[in-house]
Design a protein around this ligand. Structure first.
Ligand SMILES: Cc1cc2nc3c(=O)[nH]c(=O)nc-3n(C[C@H](O)[C@H](O)[C@H](O)COP(=O)(O)OP(=O)(O)OC[C@H]3O[C@@H](n4cnc5c(N)ncnc54)[C@H](O)[C@@H]3O)c2cc1C
Length: 344
């Protein structure tokens, strides 16, 4: 049996863009719900910024211990437990996600668990998950459904030999060797982390520098340091003919290198701006299509936010800030007042 609930604002997606907007709208006295199909916190808290930084912290500490003689400190028999390192990162994420649930409660945001679908203008239906069947009647809708890793054509992500960053964040075993496709921030983070613990890392980038969207000077410093640490950085290089076998993955690295890795290939996602946006998930596409469809009839009432919006707002901090800005503009009788940018 379906239940009808009435809101000033329904936010679809509980990532930094969505939760910031929902919480701020709650603080401004609006009746607000946030629909999330997994766990509050979105990619950032659960599968992105936070768990990756937790892994980097472990790597940093281990690197420090390895070089502690330089500081006049001797440590003998330093070792690590890869499973515990991954588990610590998952625990950090879990704690942060619980924090968002607490903030929802504190700011009177109804947290609706499930997949939100805009059925007709002004109505969000929960089509799957624990709250399936609920229908939220709303004045305004904010779509903040984020993005997902881009897939390489003809390469199945099996989560064992071929991973996206999501699977890599909960790896069961440490790979002996890995090729990371894409040397943006995410690829670079995993390269640093795995290399610190002795995985042989090849970091491949089609463009002519690691961290291709950063300044050349900054990227050059990182590349130099990575090479010093033993990461094999291959720029202006394409990955072709990937063949996944039971115990290894083979591929061609075009410019002149043909190699083989023992364990797995990790695909580092491009979560950045335009490209990712255009190839975003089915869900995001649906959301976009729907928001465009209803725009003419519904004018300012449906907005997009965060990674889903692409280009300018791809990082969590910005997503959060934009979510806040939107929900602060309450003067026009809507929770926000900026014109919709749902159509490109
Ligand atoms: C490994 C990694 C490291 C990163 N590191 C950083 C960093 O250091 N700094 C930084 O600023 N950014 C970082 N990012 C990027 C950051 O995670 C994203 O920019 C940010 O999460 C985008 O926020 P968002 O709210 O737009 O989308 P998301 O965080 O992706 O949230 C979208 C949410 O919507 C939910 N959803 C989707 N469709 C539906 C639906 N129909 N119904 C209900 N719920 C739905 C999803 O489950 C998800 O929880 C990193 C990303 C990754 C992958």
């Amino acid at each position: 049996m379906s239940t009808n609930l009435k809101y000033d604002l329904v936010v679809i997606g509980g990532g930094p863009a969505g939760y910031a907007a929902a919480i701020r709208a709650g603080q401004l006295g609006k009746k607000v719900a946030c629909v999330e199909q997994e766990r509050p916190g979105g990619t950032c808290l659960n599968w992105g910024c936070i768990p990756s930084k937790a892994l980097i912290k472990s790597a940093e500490l281990f690197n420090k211990i390895k070089h502690c003689e330089e500081f006049g400190i001797s440590v003998t028999g330093a070792s690590y437990d890869f499973t515990k390192i991954i588990q610590r990162s998952r625990n950090v994420s879990g704690t942060m996600a619980k924090g968002i649930e607490f903030l929802f409660k504190k700011n009177k945001v109804d947290y609706i668990k499930g997949v939100g679908t805009i059925a007709v203008p002004g109505m969000v239906e929960i089509t799957d998950g624990p709250d399936k069947g609920k229908i939220l009647v709303t004045e305004n809708t904010l779509i903040a459904t984020g993005c997902k890793p881009r897939q390489l054509p003809d390469l199945e992500v099996d989560g064992v030999r071929v991973m996206t960053s999501r699977q890599a964040l909960e790896m069961k075993t440490q790979p002996k060797s890995v090729v990371i496709v894409g040397a943006g921030a995410i690829g670079a983070e995993f390269a640093y982390f795995l290399n610190a613990f002795g995985t042989k890392v090849t970091l491949v980038e089609m463009l002519d520098q690691v961290l291709p969207v950063e300044d050349h000077e900054v990227a050059a410093v990182v590349a130099k340091e990575f090479n010093k640490q033993g990461i094999d950085c291959r720029t202006s290089t394409a990955v072709e003919n990937i063949k996944v076998a039971k115990n290894n993955v083979k591929m061609d690295l075009v410019k002149g290198w043909r190699g083989r890795v023992d364990h797995c290939g990790l695909r580092a996602d491009r979560h950045r701006s335009g490209c990712q946006h255009r190839r975003t998930t089915v869900c995001a596409h649906q959301a976009r299509a729907r928001s465009r469809l209803h725009q003419s009839r519904w004018q300012l009432r449906i907005q997009r936010q965060g990674d889903l919006r692409g280009r300018r707002h791809h990082w969590a901090t910005l997503a959060r800030a934009c979510g806040d800005l939107r929900s602060d503009s309450s003067g026009a009788g809507h929770v926000w007042s900026q014109p919709s940018e749902a159509s490109d």
